[in-house]
Design a protein around this ligand. Structure first.
Ligand code: CMC
Length: 441
């Protein structure tokens, strides 16, 4: 018997099976041969919410949730946040290596030259209600880009794929900025190719009548760091959505729209918006103990706390706290940080949170920075989506190149009714008439 295998004994039949173990996993399909009879379908696993199922092999992002480690392509997240730009990190995620100076120049030039939206897309955005949620606008307009670039459906062509990757990373900032300006009723600002990715984003958000927008270098760098921190997080809910939709060979605009829709949920990227609502509701540090009591009674969740994978401090939250101090020097201190710090202190000393290993996650502090920069909470998840597009696309590219992958199609355990037939009134004496169709008791 091989060392890298395990033996499973099925006590229903007293038969034993040898199953290979690779990278700490067994292949679910190897269980199919475990049957009680020749016509038995074979053993399956039941794993709602994919708590213990690896759906792919990936070389993009590594997380050790117990140790609080996050790495993109082998680089620690704090190393990248300190030493790289967001576009370098996007390149790293997509291509596996940091760009050489020549590759970086070419990459930045490509992204910069694809930031414009087609005028019809701009008009499409005009059609939203004046108070449309920017995340709804982003999701819908991302999907609408599929109609502007019909070639995108050629997902098996690597060159076509690469063109859409460049377009999506370039246009995410423009879509985000336009959804922001739309809510304010302000005219859209065209991209400025002289500026860096973050500076140009700030230009499209905040330029008014001045001929040239000059971004605060501290805020531009802070945004760039926040983009790096949010760029990928392995098989999270939205990346998994990207992979599932991508596995059906839908085009990447539609797959990204689906991923962005997943991100909008309050248990995922939408948590940053919820954290601000929560801090507003708490109002002042003196109300924290009562709020924590409600959390412990199961009435509410402490938003921005807890994570499926991290059972330690989220390393991104540590970096965000440092960035917050730099941002506040420019914008003035957002008083909510004091409530957040006190909330964290009290929670981390409380048995409820200690026992469940609930720590602040990336969303706990990011919203406080965004608010200090002048964003409304509705915009926070859109800010998360801009860089996460790089992660979605890296996951999609890997999926499209992986010979192990096929269309995602899970199994179910059917718990419904056995075969029955439709009976009309009067056809069966035990039947009860419900409208025209009868239901058997
Ligand atoms: N507040 C209070 N209790 C919590 C929280 C929380 N934020 N998170 C988890 N718990 C409790 C949960 O009730 C459960 O307790 P018990 O064992 O008594 O039933 C235990 O901790 C385990 O939680 P779980 O729900 O089984 O964990 P999960 O892995 O299914 O959920 C999570 C992970 C992130 C959805 C969850 O922690 C949560 O809802 N957090 C608040 C929302 C949030 O901050 N989301 C952002 C996540 S990080 C960024 C991102 O993904 O976008």
């Amino acid at each position: 018997m091989a060392n890298d295998s395990m033996t499973i004994t099925d006590h229903r039949t007293d038969k034993s099976y040898e199953v290979p173990v690779e990278c700490g996993t067994i292949r679910a399909m190897d269980l199919r041969k475990i049957k009680t009879s020749p016509d038995d379908f074979g053993l399956m696993t039941y794993d709602p919410a994919f708590m213990n199922t690896a759906c792919c092999k990936s070389s993009i992002t590594f997380i050790d949730g117990d140790k609080g480690i996050l790495r993109y392509r082998g680089y620690d997240i704090d190393d990248l946040a300190e030493n790289c730009t967001y576009l370098e990190v996007a390149y790293l995620l997509l291509c596996g290596e940091l760009p050489t100076p020549e590759q970086q120049n070419k990459w930045v030039a490509e992204i910069t030259h694809h930031t414009m939206l087609h005028e019809s897309t701009k008009q499409f955005m005009d059609g939203f209600r004046y108070d449309a949620h920017p995340m709804g606008m982003l999701v819908s307009t991302l999907a609408a880009l599929s109609t502007v670039y019909p070639e995108a459906k050629q997902v098996l062509d690597p060159e076509v794929r690469q063109r859409q990757i460049v377009r999506i990373i370039a246009k995410m900032a423009t879509l985000a900025a336009y959804s922001y300006r739309h809510r304010l009723g302000q005219p859209y600002i065209y991209p400025d190719n002289d500026l860096s990715y973050s500076e140009n984003f700030m230009n499209m958000l905040w330029r008014m009548t001045e001929p040239k927008y000059v971004a605060s270098p501290v805020l531009a760098r802070a945004l760039d760091i926040l983009f790096i921190l949010h760029a990928d997080h392995e098989q999270n809910c939205s990346s998994t959505t990207m992979r599932v939709v991508g596995s059906a060979q839908a085009d990447p605009y539609l797959a990204c729209a689906a991923a962005a829709a997943a991100l909008s949920g309050p248990l995922h990227g939408g948590a940053n918006e919820e954290v601000l609502c929560m801090l507003d509701e708490i109002g002042s540090a003196k109300n924290i103990p009562a709020y924590i009591k409600r959390v412990k009674q199961g009435e509410i969740k402490l938003m921005g706390f807890g994570h499926r994978v991290y059972k330690n401090y989220d390393p991104r939250a540590t970096i965000i706290k440092q960035v917050a101090d730099q941002v506040f020097e420019v914008t003035g201190r957002n008083q909510k940080i004091d409530i957040a710090l006190e909330l964290e202190r009290i929670a981390l000393e409380d048995d409820y949170f200690v026992q469940r290993k609930l720590y602040p996650n990336v969303d706990f502090y990011s919203g406080i920075i965004y608010q200090a920069m002048g964003f409304q909470p509705e915009m926070f998840t859109v800010l998360f989506a801009i860089p996460r597009a790089a992660g979605w696309l890296a996951q999609w590219k890997e999926l499209m190149q992986d010979p192990d992958q096929k269309i995602s199609r899970p199994r179910q355990i059917f718990t419904g009714r056995e075969l029955r037939t439709v009976q009309r009134a009067g056809e069966h004496e035990n039947a009860k008439n419900v409208g025209r169709i009868l239901v058997h008791q």
